[in-house]
Design a protein around this ligand. Sequence first.
Ligand SMILES: NC(=O)c1ccc[n+]([C@@H]2O[C@H](COP(=O)([O-])OP(=O)(O)OC[C@H]3O[C@@H](n4cnc5c(N)ncnc54)[C@H](OP(=O)(O)O)[C@@H]3O)[C@@H](O)[C@H]2O)c1
Length: 314
Amino acid sequence: MRSMVLDAYGMAPKLVELPAPKPGANEVLVRVKATSVNPIDWKQGSGKGRPILRAKFPNFVPGYDVAGIVESLGSGVTKFKLDQRVHVRLSGTQGGANAELVVVPVDELVPLPDALDFAQGAALPLAGMTALQGLRDACELPTSGASQRVLIVGASGGVGHFAVQIARSTGAHVTGVCSTRNVELVRSLGAHEVVDYKSSNPWSGVTQPFDCIFDTVGSSPGDYLSKLTRRGVFASCLPMPAVFAHAALNPLRARRVRPVLLSVRPYDLGVLDELAVRGLLRAVIDARYQAEQLAQAWAHSAAGHAAGKIVVDW
Ligand SMILES: NC(=O)c1ccc[n+]([C@@H]2O[C@H](COP(=O)([O-])OP(=O)(O)OC[C@H]3O[C@@H](n4cnc5c(N)ncnc54)[C@H](OP(=O)(O)O)[C@@H]3O)[C@@H](O)[C@H]2O)c1
């Protein structure tokens, strides 16, 4: 099978032929149609994430988000059928997405609704689940009937653009922080208000505090605590040491700081699919690359200015 692999940290992914894997008991072999790029992919490939994100060489196949079709079933699998459309955020820390075929434990796989194409299906899992868990679990935002004021920092990014839409779907009042060129995009995703961080006085129009601030760009919590309500939550999916240091003080103060660490839950991917089918959530696809162009796709992501998601077609 065609596979994009790394044989060492820092090298560009290269195309090789690897033996096709076979599904074992309670596993499904998926023919990959699309994957999406997440910063974890190139961070892991660069070696930046060591030792937590160690990659096993040679022939490390990077990437975690997959949409595709069921190619074959291991013994004991009754939940899926051949040719069924599926998607998944591969669990574990050894990637596996960027190859023609990937073996997935049956309990991790989720049917891809007809309303979503493979690009949407690949764009959604990792970033979408992070957004959902950041808002629902870390910020304690109810999934419906929310009256909270929510601020999304990095509202145009992969995680942030999903977070804007998810927060909006709950009924919350949503403000997004983005740069000038993405203001219209963030409004189109449902933000009631937009803070342009490139403008000379970004916060001049914001007069009320937020119940929840979800940061996706690595801001220091200290810069945002004064923008929270008295019992508000600052959650960050880029948990720098400052986030953990502030979080350690949670028992001592009413405002809380919480790290967001993605937990791979097929149930949550189903929640996102349902929102998408109801027309409340869509992936904005900034760019699409062919499988052999994975290095370019990574460079695009690593530049830090993707608006929405980057998809790789297989
Ligand atoms: N903890 C976890 O489990 C977890 C899960 C998923 C992702 N992450 C991490 O979360 C981060 C975000 O992921 P992602 O997929 O959303 O990345 P991304 O798509 O690459 O984010 C890029 C976006 O961030 C915006 N941005 C950059 N600086 C900004 C600022 N100061 N204020 C507002 N917007 C800004 C950029 O817009 P402009 O170019 O217009 O500024 C761009 O749209 C990554 O570091 C990733 O590794 C962590």
